[in-house]
Design a protein around this ligand. Structure first.
Ligand code: HEM
Length: 419
């Protein structure tokens, strides 16, 4: 393939094992500077891809679904057969006008006004989890707070019984393992569907579909004031979600509302521990909380990329892109692009402006749950400061083996003081 620069051929930004150690920031910086539209071979796993690493290009591609499609192929690196793609298709893998219809069916539940209604429940959950950590004198912050907070919030909003929250966390963990390259046992959770037909190639998707279908049927029979009822009753122009649309949407809510926000929380606390001056700045001036939330989102970049597929021959920065080529927007590079975000490797809780692409590059697929994620981060920071909770690192964090989610498996902390 044309345009590969020999001196960049050593760069690998796709191997999950690299991310288990660290995000390859130096490789991304070289690509941004020397080859912002770079052909990356990936012949051992699937065909290669165009690595898009500059902020400006990520935004332009996100806003042009007529050229760069989410529906033509998978939105992750790995290719799928057409039947696999069809079986796994969610709102993420649609283009307008299908996307517009789906989005209209569900967007009412995620407006800033609607999300504000979830603040009290979020605060209760965050406060209780932090109290638990304080009572234990510390522990693994991921297990104690980052993992249970978002899943309990989404479970509460959806209207899922709280005794099933643990099961939802477990299933979400299994979904991430589907992106690790490590083979999974296909029969887990009684699954009989070939893994290639399941989202994230994980048997946990089967379990989520089953659970979602069961609880959706319950709400159809007995509606309540919750998001599940809204989903099963959602109607625009006489249309409802079909069964596969509903199942895939349920599954994506549990994953998207959970794993991503968990990562933002873990990476955010990790960054504050690594930058104690910034934490003190925040404690001294609560007015900085909104900018601190945005900086945590930039720094954490919980989803490191999404992919599009070119629908026609085109070019980006003069580099020819052929119809059918994979075009991968590396948000984790765009969020550290010096051209838009000065001094990007500095964690600055007062950073303004902060045009991060953590929720996507502002196109039609811009994260539906962005306001909910922001609410959870804000409330957690407020509670942490109100409780005057002071944490210390108690060991090195372990990273998730994935080139897709920038997750921490563990974050050991000690409670130095806290009420
Ligand atoms: C910090 C947390 C989060 C991050 C980093 C994140 C990231 C993203 C990104 C990058 C996209 C764009 C996908 C694309 O362009 O193809 C997206 C879409 C989406 N997100 Fe999030 N997300 C987060 C939290 C949430 C939450 C809390 C929910 C719901 C409860 C959610 C639900 C969704 C949905 C449904 C979509 C698909 C929207 C569409 O295709 O129109 N996300 N998210």
């Amino acid at each position: 393939m044309a345009s590969s620069l020999d001196h960049l051929s050593d760069i690998d930004i796709a191997d999950p094992a690299i991310y288990e150690r660290h995000v390859p920031h130096e490789s991304f910086r070289r690509l941004r500077d020397e080859a912002p539209v770079h052909w990356h071979d990936w012949s051992d796993r699937s065909k290669g891809f165009w690595a898009i690493t500059r902020h400006e290009d990520i935004v332009a591609i996100s806003r042009d679904p007529a050229t760069f499609s989410s529906a033509a192929e998978h939105v992750l690196l790995v290719d799928l057969d057409p039947d696999e793609l069809e079986a796994r298709r969610s709102i993420l893998e649609t283009d307008p006008p299908d996307h517009t219809r789906l989005r209209r069916l569900v967007s009412a539940a995620f407006t800033p006004g609607k999300v504000a209604e979830y603040e009290q429940a979020t605060r209760e959950i965050a406060s209780e989890l932090l109290d638990g950590l304080i009572a234990e004198g510390g522990g693994d912050f991921v297990a104690a707070v980052s993992a249970p907070l978002p899943i309990n919030v989404i479970v509460r909003i959806l209207g899922i019984p709280s005794e099933d929250a643990e099961f939802m966390v477990e299933l979400s963990d299994h979904l991430v393992e589907g992106t690790s390259g490590v083979p999974l046992d296909p029969t887990t959770y009684g699954n009989t569907t070939p893994l290639s037909l399941l989202p994230f190639s994980s048997p946990a998707s089967h379990a989520l579909f089953e659970y979602g279908r069961k609880i959706g049927n319950e709400r159809r029979d007995e509606p309540r004031d919750d998001l599940l009822t809204l989903l099963v009753q959602a109607e625009v122009d006489g249309e409802h979600l079909t069964d596969p649309e509903y199942c895939n949407f349920f599954q994506i809510l549990v994953f998207a509302g959970n794993e991503t926000t968990r990562t933002a929380i873990s990476q955010g606390i990790h960054a504050l521990l690594d930058n104690p001056d910034e934490l003190e700045r925040l404690r001294a001036d609560r007015a900085l909380i909104p900018t601190a939330v945005e900086e945590i989102l930039r720094w954490a970049t919980p989803i490191m990329y999404f992919r599009r597929t070119a629908l026609r021959d085109t070019e980006i920065r003069g580099v020819p892109i052929r119809r059918g080529d994979k075009v991968v927007m590396w948000y984790v590079s765009g969020n550290f692009d010096e051209r838009v975000l000065p001094d990007p490797y500095r964690f600055d809780v007062g950073r303004t402006p902060n045009a991060h692409v953590t929720f996507g590059g502002t196109g039609p697929h811009y994260c539906l749950g962005a306001w909910l994620a922001r609410l959870e981060l804000r409330v957690l920071l407020e509670e942490l400061i109100d409780k005057d909770l002071r944490l210390e690192a108690a060991g090195a964090p372990e990273r998730v083996r994935s080139n897709f989610v920038n997750g921490l498996r563990t974050l050991p902390v000690r409670v130095a003081s806290g009420a």
